[in-house]
Write a protein that binds this ligand. Structure first.
Ligand code: F6R
Length: 600
């Protein structure tokens, strides 16, 4: 969701910025722009739509060694050229890009900027106009920027350039992610290290309410009182090839295929010297002390949480509640005496989850983040972190992160069970190995899933997923995958709940994808399939080996009954992928969606 890049050095900045923005495309955006400064003026190029459109608009003849760039995901004002960033102050002296949402922008506009004509509907323009107002009152740009920051309520990552001083980029952040990258005779700014991996892998993290003065030789971090903050740099452990598609047509397909490898990496990373699964002893102690676990997450990560609850309750006999992060803040349940909060987030940046984390920390409760991104906000701000080791997930639709979340949750459940004196009646390392092989056989069966997508989903306007127990939770994830990338209206339902209302939606030919991976509900879910078929539905049963009957559309290789979600989701991911492909949808960058949802 929105992305920022910046470059200051000796080379022409335009191509570096455009390449950086292309690396941020995965976050989701609807317009893009860059502004470059060379002492002879600031040149702003921006366009609605893809970066390819922006490229066409950029004047190749302008050379400028300082620049900032932005991908916008509209919040205030429709996607349009006028609303896209960068935005300029009234005189054109100052130019700014912004991620996040300024909650009090309207108040600030009325209080300070009544006489300023605005060119856009954005909250961002208020910021740049305020900085100019304070500069006109006699402040330096740095002072004016700092004064403006002290007035802002909300989330922001900002990069500002001054026509009169092209040798400086002013940067600030609060709640929205932003990093400064270090180079030899150049420095960069980026929402995400991936964007600037093309020029450096050395980064400095920024904390909330800090501002940074970036020149090509120096990076000076200050707090809002103007005091200098010392902070070391770190090397981003990312391989440029991890973020390339290689020979794949889409990142989503590549990431689906990576799942067996991710399973093996997770086993490797969590296996101790003796071969047993191990996690940080502080986390084990926190799990042991807790009388109830509260899982907080959004979207796919929430769906992983629902399965994780089964793992923890069944293996470790510890009660778990799972909550949607955007609801939790104002709808908080009565908490137990010793709660432990687990935040599940691929990106580690989801603003809805972060606001709960802030609340929970204020209340003094311990928090563990399960994330794919080391050093992400949710990781930094929680007491403990467990990493997914899934490698960068670029496609907007989450796939490998979901199965990685399930595997890490299973490991957490197993280690907790043992620490609480409960026997786990199976060898999780061995079973996850079986899962990895089963995943491989599924990713090798793409044709079968492409056929299902073609047969069931080419013309339909809706599709239902049904299951009981953990199959229901996987169905929810299957429905989310399908709707987000193919725009087919898809919903997941508990098999037994259909007759209480949803069955009214079944029409002649409505596709109903049913999961049947659990022995104890196998007959009941098949009964539900009969109910919908009797009303004209076109059912597609995906069952587990050993539970199959004639007419099942696909039989999954057998894995431990508790771990079936790790493999039953793969057909649903692939069916969604091919359905989107057949419908000519932009698989990796579905409309209206953002990979990293950094606004609440
Ligand atoms: C769906 C998807 C989203 C995310 C959700 C939470 O494919 O990707 O539903 O799961 O926005 O994101 P994270 O896990 O980064 O907190």
């Amino acid at each position: 969701m929105c992305g920022i890049v910046g470059y200051i050095g000796n080379n022409d900045s335009k191509e570096i910025l455009l390449k950086g923005l292309e690396k941020l495309e995965y976050r989701g955006y609807d317009s893009a722009g860059i502004a470059v400064a060379n002492g002879e003026g600031v040149h702003v190029f921006k366009e609605k739509g893809r970066i390819a459109e922006l490229r066409k608009a950029v004047d190749a003849d302008v050379f400028a060694a300082t620049g900032i760039g932005h991908t916008r995901w509209a919040t205030h004002g429709v996607p349009s050229r006028e609303n896209s960033h960068p935005h300029q102050s009234q005189s054109g002296r100052l130019t700014l890009v912004h991620n996040g949402v300024i909650e009090n922008y309207d108040i600030l506009k009325r209080e300070y900027l009544q006489n300023v004509p605005f060119k856009s509907e954005t909250d961002t323009e208020v910021i740049v106009q305020l900085v100019e107002l304070f500069v006109n009152e006699g402040n330096t740009v740095e002072e004016a920027f700092r004064r403006t920051l002290s007035l802002l309520h909300g989330s922001y990552a900002l990069a500002l350039i001054d026509d009169k001083d092209p040798d400086t980029i002013y940067v600030a952040k609060n709640k929205s992610p932003l990093l400064v990258g270090l180079g030899k005779e150049f420095n960069v700014v980026a929402s995400d290290a991936m964007a600037m991996l093309q020029v450096t892998n050395e980064y400095v993290e920024l904390m909330d309410k800090e501002m940074v003065i970036v020149t090509k030789e120096k990076v000076t971090i200050k707090n809002l009182d103007g005091e200098i903050v010392d902070r070391g740099s770190y090397i981003a452990e990312l391989d440029a090839s991890d973020i390339e598609k290689g020979t794949y047509p889409h990142y989503m397909l590549k990431e689906i295929d990576e799942q067996p490898l991710v399973m093996r990496k997770i086993i490797q990373n969590y296996q101790g010297g003796e071969g047993a699964l191990e996690i940080d002893s502080d986390i084990v102690a926190a799990m042991k002390q807790a009388d109830r676990i509260y899982i907080i997450a959004a979207g796919t990560s929430y769906h992983a949480g629902l399965v994780g609850k089964q793992f923890i309750e069944r293996m470790a006999k510890l009660p778990v509640e799972v909550h949607i992060s955007s609801e939790f803040g104002y709808n908080m349940p009565l908490l137990s005496e010793k709660p432990l909060f687990i935040f599940i987030s691929q990106s580690g940046e989801t603003a809805d989850s972060r606001q709960v984390l802030v609340q929970v920390k204020e209340m003094g409760h311990p928090a563990l983040t399960i994330t794919n991104v080391p050093g992400s906000t949710l990781s930094r701000e929680a007491d403990f972190t467990l990493l997914l080791h899934a490698g960068p997930e670029i496609a907007v639709a989450s796939t490998k992160a979901y199965t990685a979340q399930l595997a890490v949750l299973a490991i957490l459940a197993e280690v907790t069970a043992k620490s609480r004196g409960f026997d786990v009646e199976f060898d999780l390392v061995k079973e996850l190995g079986i899962v990895a092989s089963a995943m491989e056989s599924l990713t090798d069966s793409k044709e079968a899933f492409e056929d299902i997508a073609r047969e069931y989903l080419t013309v339909t306007r809706n599709c239902f997923f049904i299951g009981r127990g953990i199959d229901f939770y996987v169905g929810l994830e299957g429905a989310l995958k399908l709707k987000e990338i193919s725009y087919i209206q898809a919903e997941g339902f508990a098999g037994g709940e259909l007759k209480h209302g949803t069955i009214a939606l079944i029409e002649e030919g409505t596709p109903v994808i049913a999961l049947a991976t659990q022995d104890y509900v196998n007959l009941s879910i098949r009964g539900n399939v009969k109910e919908v078929a009797a009303r004209g539905a076109y059912p597609c049963i995906i069952s587990m080996k050993g539970l199959e009957t004639d007419g099942d559309r696909f039989v999954l290789p057998e894995v431990h009954h508790l771990l079936t979600p790790l493999i039953s989701v793969i057909p649903l991911q692939l069916i969604s992928y091919y359905a989107a492909l057949h419908r000519d949808c932009d698989v990796d960058k579905p409309r209206n969606l953002a990979k990293s949802v950094t606004v609440e």
